[in-house]
Write a protein that binds this ligand. Structure first.
Ligand SMILES: Nc1ncnc2c1ncn2[C@@H]1O[C@H](COP(=O)(O)OP(=O)(O)OP(=O)(O)O)[C@@H](O)[C@H]1O
Length: 309
């Protein structure tokens, strides 16, 4: 028998007033996979995460989380999920260890002392156990928040922009920990705006203004976009973006350092669009980036942030 998905939701919909902020979202994540959840600000990522973990009741849609019915088993689902919110929600005037002890009590965990010690060790926090949470740098705060989210050994971890404002080294360490947790079987759904983080996910889902526009591995999402790209090198190539973007057949153009990156759906039209500059700029085929695809999808989506009438 094939393995059941950890998360399988269909047609998930949430309305606030007249606005549909999540509109018929389907999402399946298999156990032990890391799924990146991307999309412009206000597109419904947090709202979707909150529906999946049972904190928010969908207006429509259905699904199973860890095989439990989302409509009737919200309490049981909540207990098996770790949720790290965007805001640091721990006590600044308690130490790292005290914060974890508090969480252990809230979850009524057994063998609290052992669990706190094991969590401190596992997430590399032991050397700072007595430090006040409020005095930690952004990276250490995130590490503590992650420890608090996984101490009850959830099967699914939902992370809402976990590394916003954290430096690259701390982000890398954070992602190494996420991969270690996934390797042990934890399923991770993580919202992010960072392309390098998207690239560290096994698969990605892209939502714009409530509508799921792309899903799959990075290769699948790029291939499904139908985009083609050219890289232009030569004097002043990086200054041509605005002009080239106006040409027919060009979906977008952007400077990448001293070179120019141009994308479009039709390779022949793209080649024709850059022809006026080929005497001084050498254009060669390039791989469209994930960022190209997301910007292209976002431009084609309808912004629903204005209240419907
Ligand atoms: N409780 C609420 N009442 C009314 N509107 C809400 C509520 N919660 C969220 N919204 C609106 O729903 C939309 C989607 O918000 P959500 O936080 O899910 O987006 P997001 O994709 O997580 O955004 P970001 O990337 O900025 O975190 C936004 O326009 C937001 O203002």
């Amino acid at each position: 028998m094939s393995e059941a998905p950890a998360i399988a939701v269909r047609g998930l919909t949430k309305r606030f007033g007249q606005r549909t902020v999540v509109d018929g979202v389907d999402l399946t994540v298999m156990p032990g996979r890391i799924c990146g959840f991307l999309g412009p600000n206000g597109s419904g990522k947090t709202t979707t995460l909150r529906m999946i973990c049972g904190l928010l009741i969908p207006d429509a849609g259905e699904g199973e989380v860890l095989g439990l019915d989302l409509a009737t088993k919200r309490r049981a689902i909540k207990h098996q999920i770790g949720y790290m919110t965007q805001k640091f929600g721990l006590f600044s005037d308690l130490s790292i260890a005290e914060n974890l002890e508090f969480i252990a009590r809230v979850y009524r965990l057994d063998q609290r002392r052992e669990r706190v010690a094991a969590t401190l060790d596992k997430l590399g926090l032991a050397s700072r156990a007595d430090q006040l949470a409020g005095k930690l740098s952004g990276g250490w705060k995130q590490r503590l928040a992650l420890a608090a989210a996984v101490m009850h050994e959830p099967k699914i971890l939902l992370l809402d922009e976990p590394t916003a404002g954290v430096d690259p080294q701390a982000r890398r360490e954070f992602w190494d920990q996420i991969h270690a947790l996934a390797a042990e079987g934890m399923t991770v759904l993580v919202s992010t705006h960072y392309m390098d983080e998207a690239e560290r996910c096994h698969e990605i889902a892209y939502i714009a203004y409530g509508v799921m526009l792309a899903r799959g591995t990075i290769g699948e999402v790029i291939a499904a976009s139908g985009l083609h790209a050219l890289q232009g090198e030569g004097p002043g190539a990086d200054r041509l973006a605005a002009e080239i973007e106006q040409r027919p057949g060009v979906a977008m153009a952007a400077p990448f350092g001293t070179s120019l990156h141009v994308c479009g759906l039709d390779p022949a039209a793209l080649q024709k669009a850059v022809e006026p500059w080929t005497d001084r700029i050498a254009f060669t085929p390039a791989e469209p980036s994930l960022e190209d695809v997301f910007i292209h999808l976002m431009r084609g989506a309808t912004d629903n942030s204005v209240e419907a009438r």
